[in-house]
Design a protein around this ligand. Sequence first.
Ligand code: PEP
Length: 251
Amino acid sequence: MRTPFICGNWKMYKTVSEAMAFLDAAKGLVGGVNDVDIGIGAPATALKSLADGAKGSNIMIGGENCHWENEGAFTGEISPQMLVEAGCKFVIIGHSERRRYFGETNETVNKKVKAALAAGLVVIMCCGETLAEREAGKTDAVVADHVKNGIAGLSMDEMAKVVIAYEPVWAIGTGKTATPEQAQDVHAVIRKLLAGMFGDAVAQTTRIQYGGSVKPENVREIMAKPDVDGALVGGASLKPDSFAKLVNFKA
Ligand code: PEP
């Protein structure tokens, strides 16, 4: 039985005061939910305040990226250890925006995944094809490449703290959602891949989130698919009401 995991990805939105106002409102709106894991991936500046404010609630706070070293001469970077100390429970790694704008590769993603797990964080590892890749019939191959290389070398125990987020690049922030069937097809491919890499038990317990223009109006039908275990949500996670509706997708 996989517990659904609904997670916001705020990207580069919200100052500390905006983040705290959101948290105050959201805590009241989702406080009664106990059968869904709830996360917010937030900008680094807001993490400590958010994590302190979320203590005792059912909301986990996480980073949107981290480095693979715990300290060093890497100007502008933030380490897994720093995220942990700030109170983070998870980190998003390999988001397509990081791959596209910041040169992230399968190799750096793999190093970051390993470092974050070693620091005790849950990892949300993102994968997904561009529109050109989908149109060229390469979706499964691209996703397999991201997944295989991103989690290469992990142990079965480490996999217990890994969540895979399938995020077709063409659906992120565009308003174009993959149909529930398109999402299910790729999620099934990923689960099969996990079975090949780690065995059936790991494949059956690993959560696979869908991300790409998920909103209150479509979350229910996407979550109804058997291999969709959660959602990673950008735009629709920025307002407490909308976020609460996503979390309450069963209602
Ligand atoms: C994301 O940022 O991971 C995302 C899926 O964004 P959006 O929900 O806005 O498409």
